[in-house]
Each structure stands twice: as structure tokens, then as C-alpha cells.
Design a protein around this ligand. Structure first.
Ligand code: SF4
Length: 360
């Protein structure tokens, strides 16, 4: 089954840490974008079997519910949808009751809400355009509108974030009616305002301690740490994002969207005007042989159920030999399954280098 990813390149305000492609929202730009997405959907094979659709961004929730509905109708017209998970990333300030009901009617059944923090002090430094209260209200409004599959994002890494504040983030997050929590560690990306003026960040030891604490606390609260940065209640893992980690096919539409489809990886240039001007989106080939053994190992080890050694007959013995000294400190082996434990995820780059010597 294939996933469809729609990159919605609009944001009301640029956050200083973010290097995702986006530009300002105008109704006319959004209309042109919506038309271009619908045109591009007609390039997909007729009756493509699709089980996930993901509106990512940018800030997809800036779009009108009519635009979301139009694009979903175009997906449904072209593809065979099988019990699809249909996610929309939303900013709390845009989550009005009217939009929530419209998205629900259109078929959205999962919302991923960019809360980032439950504390105004942190939100201010992160340059977010909403308060903690607006974030919480938005989650409750979404639940009241009937969204049962709700995810929230948290951002950690500022040294301002004391241990007590982290505890408060966790306490608030688990008190929300959510089924999924993503936790991102703040990274300074080139050519962002944070690269020019970097806020004080936690040092590595402190960060490691917080990560392990977060793992313990969220696990205690019934969330499975199913991927290096993601926690979910049983059965609520992001089906769409799991496709990336399992090297399953997905087709991306929109400026800056990526695809792994029909044995190739390709990307759409980060240019909204070019995307709208072309009948079909221009694409750049980024990899003509994706999903090599090395890539499947690197991506698979992000997941708590890791990889099955029997899927790698050519390098099974090498993997096993390299894994042994890393067990039990960083890795676990259960039958044929090899997986990282949180201590391994913390040092995932060096663990992978040791594991994959001679395979890369
Ligand atoms: S973090 Fe989200 S809202 Fe902020 S600029 Fe990036 S995509 Fe836009």
C-alpha cells in the first residue's frame, strides 16, 4: 500500500528554528496550490492502493476546510482508499470549531497539533504564535469535535527548560485527550534565525538524562516509545510515518515534498510558483536505488521493534557479530529481531556505525 503526502507550504509566521519550506498564506496562493495538487493527483496510477494520506507542512491548518475537502475528494477519485489514516498537521491558533467540523466532514481522522510546550516562557523563546492556553484549548476543542486520534508535538533542548518544567510538560501532555506524543530535540539548522542567534541549549549529558526520564515517565503513563522520537498508545502509532521507517512507498505532492515510489526517491523543488505554474510538478531524482540494506537497517533501527536479521541474509552474520558487544547496553536481541533500547537511540549514530562496519 502507498502513502500520499501533501506538503502544504504556508505558515502564518516563520519559527526561528525551522528550515521547512513555507511562505506566507494568501487566499489566491492557496487556491492555486489546491488546483495544482489536484492536477498532480491525476498523474498517479488509476486505482493506486492507498492507506494513508498526510497533510504536512508548513501549516496545513491554514487552508480552508473546503480546500482540504477538495484535495481529499481528488485523492479518493484517483486512488483506492483502504481504511485510510488521514492526518492533518494543525497549529492551535487555526483550530476553530468550524474548521474542525469541516475537516472531520472532509475525512480527516487524525490531527497532529504543534503544541511544542505547555509553558508560555518556552513558547516565547521558540517564537511560536500561540500561548499554552490556546494550545490546550485547541486540543480539547478537537476532542469535542470528535477527533479521537490526536497527536501533540513537544520540543525539548532549551537550557531554560528546567527539570521541574519538563515534569510539568509531561504532566500536562498525559492529561490531554491524546493518543500520540512526538518529542523533538531542538537542532540548530543552517540559515535559520537560530543559527545567527542561538539560544542556550542543554548540554549532551543533561539532554540524555531528560530523554531517558521522558521515556520512563511516558511509558509509565501507557505510551509506547515506538520510535526514537515518538510515543503512542497501543494501536495509535502513526501509520503514515511508519512507512518512512519501514521503507514502504509514499508519493509526495507539493513544493519540497519527497517521494519513495516505484523504486526511486525523488523530491519536488522548494518553489511554490514553479509548482503551481507546471501542469505536473517538476521533480529531481535524489536516489535511483533506495531501500538498500544499509538504509533499511538505519531506518528500521529507529523503531522499537527494530529489524529482523533474517531480512538481511547477505549480512546477517556480520550484523550479529557486530551486535553482540553492544548487547545489552544499547541493543536487544529477541530471536531474529534486533532492536535498540533508549540508551542506544541516544547514541544512535555511533551505535549504527559500529553495527554496520563492513556493510556501509
Ligand atoms: S515550525 Fe511549523 S509553523 Fe513554525 S515555521 Fe516551521 S512549519 Fe511553520
Amino acid at each position: 500500500m502507498t502513502g500520499v503526502y501533501l506538503h502544504v507550504p504556508f505558515c502564518a509566521k516563520k519559527c526561528p528554528y525551522c528550515d521547512f519550506y513555507s511562505c506566507g498564506y494568501t487566499k489566491s496562493a492557496a487556491d492555486a496550490y489546491t488546483e495544482a495538487v489536484c492536477r498532480n493527483l491525476t498523474a498517479l496510477p488509476q486505482n493506486l492502493e492507498v492507506d494513508t494520506v498526510y497533510f504536512g507542512g508548513g501549516t496545513p491548518s491554514l487552508l480552508s476546510d473546503a480546500a482540504v475537502s477538495r484535495m481529499l475528494d481528488a485523492v479518493a477519485k484517483r486512488c483506492h482508499l483502504y481504511h485510510p489514516e488521514i492526518t492533518l498537521e494543525a497549529n492551535p491558533r487555526t483550530m476553530t470549531e468550524e474548521k474542525l467540523c469541516g475537516w472531520k466532514r472532509a475525512g480527516i481522522n487524525r490531527l497532529s497539533v504543534g503544541i511544542q510546550s505547555f509553558q508560555d516562557e518556552i513558547l516565547t523563546v521558540l517564537g511560536r504564535n500561540h500561548t499554552a492556553k490556546q494550545g490546550m484549548d485547541a486540543i480539547f476543542r478537537a476532542a469535542a469535535a470528535g477527533f479521537e486520534n490526536l497527536s501533540l508535538d513537544l520540543m525539548l533542548g532549551l537550557s531554560l527548560h528546567t527539570e521541574a518544567m519538563l515534569e510539568e510538560e509531561i504532566r500536562m501532555a498525559v492529561s490531554m485527550p491524546v493518543t500520540h506524543i512526538s518529542v523533538y530535540l531542538l537542532k540548530i539548522e543552517d540559515e535559520t534565525p537560530y543559527a545567527l542567534e542561538t539560544p542556550d541549549l542543554l548540554d549532551e549529558d543533561n539532554m540524555a538524562e531528560r530523554y531517558l526520564y521522558l521515556h520512563d515517565r511516558l511509558t509509565e503513563e501507557g505510551f509506547l516509545h515506538y520510535e526514537i522520537s515518538n510515543f503512542a498508545k497501543q494501536g495509535y502509532e502513526s501509520r503514515h510515518n511508519c512507512k518512512y521507517w519501514r521503507c514502504e512507498p509514499y508519493y509526495g505532492i507539493g513544493p519540497a515534498a519527497h517521494s519513495c515510489y516505484q523504486g526511486k526517491r525523488f523530491a519536488v523543488p522548494r518553489d511554490l510558483s514553479a509548482f503551481c505554474a507546471h501542469t505536473l510538478q517538476p521533480t529531481e531524482l535524489t536516489d535511483d536505488n533506495p531501500c538498500s540494506a544499509a538504509e533499511r537497517i538505519m531506518l528500521g533501527m529507529r523503531l522499537s521493534d527494530g529489524i529482523s536479521l533474517s531480512d538481511f541474509p547477505d549480512c546477517r552474520e556480520t550484523l550479529l557479530r557486530h551486535a553482540k558487544p553492544l548487547i545489552p547496553k544499547y541493543l536487544r536481541l529477541e530471536g531474529e529481531r534486533l532492536m535498540m533500547i533508549p540508551e542506544g537511540w541516544l547514541l544512535s549514530n555511533s551505535v549504527l556505525v559500529s553495527l554496520m562496519r563492513g556493510i556501509l
